[in-house]
Design a protein around this ligand. Structure first.
Ligand code: SF4
Length: 397
């Protein structure tokens, strides 16, 4: 039987599966839980709260991160879990200074924002350019689809404001990638969605099939939607091929990358940041921290209580790995990964999936297949593989 991944002690950058990369691949910081938009599928609790991370908490957080050996050369910080641009630009000027002054000189920090784009101004664009910041925007396609779910608290659609923000980013030459949530209404409109993104000059899109997560306990999509998802992705694939691949689609790019790498093999779980303890670290505005799937932080579990392993003001990051709670979660997640490894043909591609989705869909980390993995991993991979195989057969004739 293959060995389970090593427990997180000692936690060291490894040289086998992640050459030259840090063990910690993503640090997700919540400047504030507040969001100015009230999407009906959002999983974030507390998004009406205007609380903001104090600079003291930020200092404690980055001091802890940089005093471990979790980061070897590079660290990506994602400002997320709330609308990050609802916090004033001046706050980030100081926050970036604090991080720059705290990090060891050999470590490169790259900042990234995941934003609804409605608050982007010329000043924000100048700031993003100055700091070479990566920007992910949330746009669900054309206005009619986007405004069905992405509305303000007073019920107004947000598409026009979001596209104004995207245009400002484009005018400044700032690269943008899109996260697009696919609801039941969107599944029947792959052509309209494809045309919209291509005509808007957007070049990279990831499609998040609407999930049952956290505060979004009931998705508009459930099991019978699987075949609709296959048709949706198949049509996107046809459009992309006919267009010479102008619009890059994350799910197909991931599948192609795995095929090129020889399917990930047993390194699958090392490449899956969500199942590696401290592969992803999420810290909320109060300094509470957790690892594994970012959406787990703050969720209230019947048996574990609030999902957090400590607070940066009081608890050492790595020492938290020795607590009973951490070990219980680690063992359950690893047991789920082992089940995936032993039974799933897609293990090399996904490395054991998302613990968050496993819990929210199956009620346990120690489980395997989910609607999420069928629709976001297996189906896109099958579509890409089938196309490559039929190209090979065609070439052989
Ligand atoms: S595709 Fe699903 S069942 Fe297969 S390894 Fe990934 S999470 Fe596990």
């Amino acid at each position: 039987m293959p060995e389970a991944i090593a427990p997180p002690e000692p936690l060291r950058p490894i040289s086998g599966g992640r050459p030259e990369q840090s063990w910690l691949s993503l640090l997700i910081l919540q400047a504030s839980p507040f969001c100015n938009v009230n999407c009906d599928y959002c999983y974030l609790p507390g998004r009406t709260s205007r609380n903001r991370m104090s600079f003291e908490t930020l200092r404690a957080a980055v001091n802890q991160v940089f005093s471990t050996d979790l980061v070897s050369r590079e660290l990506t910080i994602v400002w997320h879990a709330g609308e990050p641009l609802a916090v004033p630009l001046e706050w980030y000027r100081e926050a970036f200074r604090i991080i720059e002054n705290t990090k060891p000189s050999h470590i490169q920090v790259r900042h990234s924002f995941q934003t609804n784009a409605t608050l982007i101004t010329e000043d924000w664009c100048r700031f993003f350019r100055e700091h070479r910041t990566c920007i992910g925007v949330s746009i669900d396609g054309p206005a009619d689809l986007h405004d069905l779910h992405r509305r303000t608290r007073s019920g107004r659609g947000t598409h026009a404001a979001a596209m104004r923000g995207v245009s400002a980013l484009q005018r400044h030459g700032i690269p943008v990638h899109v996260i697009s949530v696919v609801t039941r209404q969107a599944l029947s409109q792959p052509d309209a969605i494809y045309d919209f993104f291509r005509d808007a000059g957007l070049e990279e899109v990831g499609f998040n099939i609407e999930e049952q997560e956290g505060a979004n306990a009931s998705s508009s999509l459930t099991e019978p939607g699987t075949e609709l998802v296959r048709s949706f992705f198949s049509r996107l694939f046809e459009r992309q091929a006919a267009d010479g691949g102008k619009l890059r689609i994350r799910e197909f790019e991931n599948a192609r990358a795995h095929l090129l790498m020889g399917n990930g093999g047993s390194a699958g779980e090392l490449l899956n940041d969500q199942v590696r303890p401290f592969g992803i670290l999420s810290i909320d505005w109060e300094g509470n921290f957790a690892t594994y799937s970012p959406e787990l932080l703050g969720f209230n579990f019947p048996d574990l209580g609030k999902f957090a392993f400590g607070n940066v003001h009081n608890d050492n990051l790595l020492a938290a790995a020795q607590t009973v709670k951490f070990q219980k979660v680690l063992n359950a997640i690893q047991a789920g990964v082992t089940k995936c490894r032993e039974t799933c043909a897609f293990f090399g591609v996904c490395g054991g999936g998302s613990p968050g989705n496993k819990y929210f869909e199956n009620g346990s980390f120690d489980s395997m297949e989910t609607f999420y993995c069928r629709t976001s991993v297996q189906i896109p991979f099958e579509i890409v593989l089938r196309a490559i195989e039929s190209d090979r057969l065609g070439a052989g004739n």
